[in-house]
Design a protein around this ligand. Structure first.
Ligand SMILES: [Ca+2]
Length: 97
């Protein structure tokens, strides 16, 4: 049993380091709540349906490749569109305290 726990922990640590390395070296997307699913190219915030004003697209984005309609931000702070059914962490806005 102890050996299985050690093997599991080793696998967990290896996966965690791999994930962090991918995030550090490249893009680690987080959803920001913008989409153009209703009208292609017209991005709105899902929180209140307002038009997205400021944008920070990565060069070549939004690509709408294979029907990408939801927006995520990467570590380099640029935005890219992705298919909406992809599971990413997300960023929420809350009222100021
Ligand atoms: Ca799109």
């Amino acid at each position: 049993m102890l050996i299985m726990m050690i093997m599991f922990m080793d696998l967990f640590v290896t996966f965690t380091f791999f994930f962090l390395a991918v995030c550090w070296l490249g893009c680690c997307p987080c959803w920001i709540g913008a989409t153009d699913v209703a009208e292609e190219g017209n991005f709105i915030w899902t929180s209140d349906n307002s038009t997205v004003g400021f944008v920070n697209w990565y060069p070549g984005e939004p690509s709408n490749s294979n029907g990408e309609d939801c927006v995520a931000i990467c570590r380099n702070e640029h935005w890219s569109d992705y298919r909406c059914n992809v599971k990413f962490p997300y960023i929420c806005q809350t009222p100021a305290l």
